[in-house]
Write a protein that binds this ligand. Structure first.
Ligand SMILES: CC(C)(COP(=O)(O)OP(=O)(O)OC[C@H]1O[C@@H](n2cnc3c(N)ncnc32)[C@H](O)[C@@H]1OP(=O)(O)O)[C@@H](O)C(=O)NCCC(=O)NCCS
Length: 170
């Protein structure tokens, strides 16, 4: 039988703990997970294949009409099957339903999989900025307007803060 993928919001501490374990298992050099922040996410979605957790993705903690996508991880044996795309679409649909106007997300410049996943879902590149952690890493910022006629620059002024833009080479 074809395995069934279900995507549903975390509904208890055990779900959050499972998602945290998956995020912590990331094979790239990501910074340590702030579990308290994860627990406060506006939305945490879990993707399960026949009951086994294979992915998660969130809309991070906060309120208001601008929100950040984050914590997207698909377990390494289950990539390129469309699970990341499904988790991304489900978060966008939820945000729309909540009246959120603008979504944003950050991706390390070298993370082609994550960047292409956003671009395929209709996101726009907003700009490259130096990591606020002082690592010298370049972080790509992406936005998805959910309404027409937004002043994206004004709405992004808060999230971007005083980060240093990285100019394109040449
Ligand atoms: C990024 C990630 C979540 C993608 O999950 P996934 O389930 O493999 O993605 P999907 O199969 O749904 O792919 C959706 C699209 O993303 C892009 N993509 C995914 N993996 C890719 C890869 N290795 N290289 C290039 N593009 C990729 C493609 O555009 C793909 O569409 P396509 O398959 O039609 O070409 C997964 O690679 C992952 O967990 N990476 C480690 C954690 C991480 O980097 N999280 C994001 C932090 S910002």
């Amino acid at each position: 039988m074809t395995p069934t993928l279900t995507i549903s919001p975390a509904c208890c501490d055990a779900d959050i703990a499972q998602a945290a374990e998956l995020i912590d298992s990331r094979d790239d050099n990501h910074h340590p997970l702030d579990r308290a922040a994860l627990a406060k996410a506006r939305l945490l979605l879990l993707a399960r294949l026949d009951g086994t957790l294979v992915g998660c993705g969130a809309i991070k903690a906060g309120d208001g009409e601008v929100a950040e996508l984050g914590y997207l991880v698909v377990a390494s044996g289950f990539r390129r099957l469309g699970i990341g795309a499904r988790l991304t679409k489900a978060r966008i649909d939820w945000a729309r339903g909540q009246g959120i106007k603008l979504l944003w997300a950050t991706v390390r410049a070298e993370n082609q999989a994550s960047r292409d996943n956003l671009l395929k879902a209709g996101w726009q590149f907003y700009g490259d900025y130096l990591s606020i952690r002082g690592t010298g890493n370049t972080i790509g910022w992406y936005v998805l307007p959910l309404q027409q006629g937004l002043d994206i620059q004004a709405l992004m002024a808060g999230p971007i803060g005083n980060r240093t833009p990285v100019s394109p080479p040449g």
